[in-house]
Design a protein around this ligand. Structure first.
Ligand code: NAD
Length: 351
């Protein structure tokens, strides 16, 4: 395999691996290891150009640094991307080659599941490197992160209620869920149990049928209409960049809070939400439950669900202090969260 290093300002290490034998073409971005080894998922995507893959790995690895800093996981930020059609790339040989690329960094980067990767792919990666997390519980891993991410989002939504309405009680509140997938499932279960009302959408009819079978009271609307729902919370659980120039004026909510990564198309949408009196729960703060769960694999004695749940229980505190900072400095909550993360890293560097 040909491995080359790219020098990129503000990134500790970025490598490009090309393996002719297996067809692997991948980048690994290590943004920052000040707080610990750089952990972040392995994404498979049919990028049209190598530079698109590089842009993505840089953006995502920096996001992981901020997410882990605020969640106090003791980890840094990294990410990896494999270029190609998931149907072709998700094969044992290519995944093993990816394992060798990860191993070449000697533990600086630790991988996990992400878009288009499953546990079975990680098991092939694990054949070549020990720097893999999120394997099944039977194999000593922490398993599927989604219920933990969902629990953190639920706690975060309650923190938003407290900030906006003075009470964190979801009873009688109305939540509009975009994308009723695995994370949203937990959020829906918990909010309904508290007496909230849920409207949802999904592009997959099977998912709609599954949710309706469990909770007939959930009202489904067409996916294009979810932005127009008159509600307390617009909760994105599907795609990034859903708060953008086209959607922002349609939102009829007081809060934006959900699991999707990179919800704001651009940072200035943070300012626009503030102007409109909509509280934004920064995505990388509210959706940290999964990374917190995985980080517990590094505790002495290994993974322990009780420890994970206790740590996830602090996501609402992280959000509340972000809201307080944003209020005090009269800035958007997204900008405040980035500042909090940078400050945590700067303090660690200064020690
Ligand atoms: P998932 O694939 O299980 O669920 C996403 C759902 O969104 C699917 O049911 C899909 O059909 C639906 N969807 C896709 N496009 C849509 C559209 N245009 N309109 C409506 N619905 C649409 O994924 P997940 O694991 O539940 O993750 C949800 C989001 O949270 C993703 O953006 C993911 O990156 C992010 N996230 C997940 C975790 C985790 O632990 N799984 C952690 C952090 C962030």
């Amino acid at each position: 395999m040909k491995i080359s290093e790219l020098k990129i300002d503000d990134y500790e290490k970025v490598i490009h691996g090309v393996d002719e034998q297996t067809g692997l073409n991948a980048f690994i971005g290590v943004h920052c290891t000040t707080l610990g080894p750089a952990l972040g998922g392995l994404r498979i995507w049919p990028y049209e150009r190598e530079e698109d893959a590089l842009t993505d790995v840089l953006r995502l690895s920096k996001g992981m640094t901020y997410k882990s800093a605020i969640a106090r996981t003791g980890l840094g930020g990294g990410k990896s991307v494999v270029i190609g059609d998931p149907k072709v790339v998700r094969n044992p040989d290519t995944m093993r080659a990816m394992g060798r690329l990860i191993d070449s960094l000697g533990g600086l980067y630790i991988t996990a599941e992400d878009v288009n990767t499953r546990i079975e792919d990680l098991e092939h990666v694990r054949e070549e490197t020990r720097w893999v997390t999120g394997l099944s519980l039977e194999r000593g891993g922490s398993g599927n992160p989604s219920p933990y991410t969902g629990r953190g989002v639920y706690l975060g939504i309650k923190a938003c209620f407290e900030e906006v309405y003075g009470s964190g009680d979801p009873a009688g509140r109305h939540i509009a869920i975009q994308g009723a997938g695995s994370v949203a499932q937990t959020v829906i279960d918990l909010l309904l149990a508290d007496g909230a009302r849920v409207t949802a959408c999904d592009i997959n009819p099977e998912r709609i049928a599954q949710v309706k079978a469990k909770h007939p009271e959930v009202v489904f609307v067409d996916s294009k209409e979810i932005y127009d729902v008159d509600c307390d919370v617009f909760s994105p659980h599907a795609l990034g960049a859903v708060v953008n120039d086209q959607t922002i004026d349609r939102l009829r909510c007081r809060i934006v809070a959900g699991a999707a990564n990179n919800q704001l198309a651009e940072l200035h949408h943070d300012d626009l939400l503030k102007e409109r009196g909509i509280l934004y729960a920064p995505d990388f703060v509210i959706n940290a439950g999964g990374i917190i769960n995985v980080s517990v694999e590094f505790h002495p004695g290994g993974y322990d669900e009780k420890v994970a749940l206790e740590k996830i229980g602090h996501i609402d505190d992280a959000l509340k202090s972000t809201f307080a900072k944003a209020r005090a400095e009269n800035v958007g909550t997204g900008r405040a969260a980035i500042d909090v993360a940078k400050q945590i890293i700067a303090e660690a560097k200064a020690k």
